[in-house]
Design a protein around this ligand. Structure first.
Ligand SMILES: Cc1cc2nc3c(=O)[nH]c(=O)nc-3n(C[C@H](O)[C@H](O)[C@H](O)COP(=O)(O)O)c2cc1C
Length: 216
């Protein structure tokens, strides 16, 4: 499964089978998390076999990814960006996921933080009862600011961002193409909006084929 296919096929899944993650998938997921931690300085952790953190809206969740890192004004966006990188990799491994602002992961105590670190959010991961379903979405013109012709890479980046998960499906991100070819990505203030922005920026890079130097 390519990254583009993973973005299309990924949907939030809230009901999971009572089945542990296979050894090979777990090994590859841990490896992906280690690489993300090394690159970002975050303290992302995989918790397995812990059924208490996800209640109410979820069922069968006993594995989750804890997004945490050094306290900073950039922590939420960084967690969004690297968390989504892991989410799409999990999709490629045949796993399902759901970001969860509302969980008890930080109360159950199945992970630890170092001094100066803060918990941000968790992501349920495992084998879904279903593959989830499509949801309503904004369209290109709702989320862009452009003058003149639209280059294909920009269009592809925005289309990929529209596939990104956002809290309450709010999709409050905006992409502005500047005259120097850089892109200004912003988000309207809301619940977990900086996490949403990081997630959408990861999708934009993956869809456009650009790296982080594209950002103004
Ligand atoms: C930052 C963030 C927090 C979220 N928190 C929750 C949550 O607490 N409970 C839940 O059921 N879904 C949660 N979601 C999932 C969103 O509802 C979902 O991504 C959105 O409705 C779009 O659907 P999709 O992921 O299937 O594309 C969250 C998503 C994001 C990105």
């Amino acid at each position: 499964m390519t990254l583009a296919e993973a973005m299309i096929q990924r949907h939030s899944v809230r009901k999971y089978q009572d089945r542990p993650i296979s050894n090979i998938a777990r090994f590859l997921l841990e490896e992906c998390i280690s690489k993300c931690n090394a690159e970002s300085g975050l303290h992302i952790q995989l918790v397995t076999g812990e059924p208490k953190a996800f209640g109410r809206m979820f069922s069968g969740v006993s594995n989750y990814i804890v997004m945490a890192g050094k306290k900073s004004s950039n922590l939420d966006e960084l967690c969004g960006y690297y968390g989504e990188k892991i989410v799409l990799f999990a999709q490629q491994l045949g796993l399902n996921t759901c970001w969860a602002g509302l969980s008890s992961a930080n109360k159950v105590g199945a992970f630890s933080l170092k001094e100066g670190e803060a918990y941000c959010i968790s992501i349920a991961v495992g084998y879904g009862e279903t593959q989830g379903s499509e949801r309503s979405t904004k369209v290109f013109d709702d989320v862009v600011k452009v003058r003149g012709a639209v280059p294909q890479w920009f269009r592809s980046g925005v289309e990929a961002a529209l596939l990104a998960p956002t809290a309450l499906n709010q999709q409050e991100f905006r992409f502005e193409l500047l005259e120097d070819g850089k892109v200004k990505a912003t988000v309207r203030r809301g619940i977990l909006s900086k996490v949403d922005l990081g997630i959408a920026k990861y999708h934009f890079e993956a869809g456009s084929g650009k790296d982080s130097s594209v950002w103004a």
